[in-house]
Design a binder for this molecule. Structure first.
Ligand SMILES: N[C@@H](CCC(=O)N[C@@H](CS)C(=O)NCC(=O)O)C(=O)O
Length: 234
């Protein structure tokens, strides 16, 4: 509690409001970063099933109606990776999670964009139609996801973490994506460097509520997936 007040008083501001849902992978990344930064959010769960995110109050704030969204004293942001970078800049004790060094930052940004546009995109392309609509699995999308994991495995050659010697927000964002892929039962055998890196990231995140925040959320989506899978006969 004392730490929380310290972080919040630094800018003389109220804690950032975080609109979220528990199982959402990008929301889990923000929640984990909050723990790392010892930043307490004003948490507002948004019930997507009840279409709360489509109500005018929410759309006035974020016309794209996606979660996570934050409101930090009037600064409204969505896109989880942009939120991660902002929160480290605004509330980090130092820049180690997103170093100012331009070459390191360039690598982190590349990894984050690889996650947004390729790995996480291909993950949702492959798994989400089954999880949310009970559609059968698509072999072409599976091959695309396998290809992206192969690229990640190659990026990790000779590296402990994705961009520098330390854990950064690139590792955080991709840990959430890759751990979800793993929990959904995707064959991880062909990617030994990804498996070793993922374990290092889990170890790093363990004291910050990895199980409570990330594993629990990933398991909820996995439960939905495996129950739908039975019905599709895959
Ligand atoms: N690229 C976005 C993805 C956000 C996203 O797709 N969020 C989902 C929940 S996981 C959502 O809000 N879906 C409801 C909607 O977009 O209407 C991010 O990383 O924040």
């Amino acid at each position: 509690m004392i730490k929380f007040i310290k972080v919040c008083l630094r800018g003389g501001q109220m804690p950032p409001i975080l609109y979220y849902i528990k199982p959402s992978p990008p929301c889990r990344a923000i929640l984990l970063l909050g723990r790392i930064l010892e930043l307490e959010f004003d948490l507002k769960q948004v019930n997507i099933m009840e279409k709360e995110h489509m109500k005018p109050e929410f759309l006035n704030m974020n016309p794209q109606h996606c979660l996570p969204t934050i409101n930090d004293s009037g600064l409204v942001l969505w896109e989880s990776r942009a939120i991660l970078a902002y929160l480290v800049a605004a509330y980090g004790k130092d820049d180690s999670l997103y170093p100012a060094d331009i070459r390191t930052r360039a690598l982190i940004d590349q990894r984050l964009q690889f996650d947004l546009g390729t790995l996480y995109q291909r993950t949702t392309d492959f798994f989400w139609p089954t999880i949310f609509m009970g559609a059968p699995l698509d072999e072409t999308k599976k091959a695309k996801l396998a290809e992206a994991l192969y690229w990640l495995d190659t990026i990790l050659k000779g590296r402990t973490f994705l961009a520098t010697d330390n854990f950064t927000i690139a590792d955080l964002s991709l840990t959430v994506t890759v751990s979800q892929i793993e929990v959904l039962g995707f064959q991880m055998g062909p990617y030994p460097r990804v498996r070793a890196w993922l374990q290092k990231c889990k170890d790093y995140l363990e004291p910050y509520g990895y199980d409570e925040i990330n594993q629990t959320g990933a398991d909820i989506l996995a439960e939905m997936y495996f129950s739908k899978l039975q019905k599709t006969g895959n």
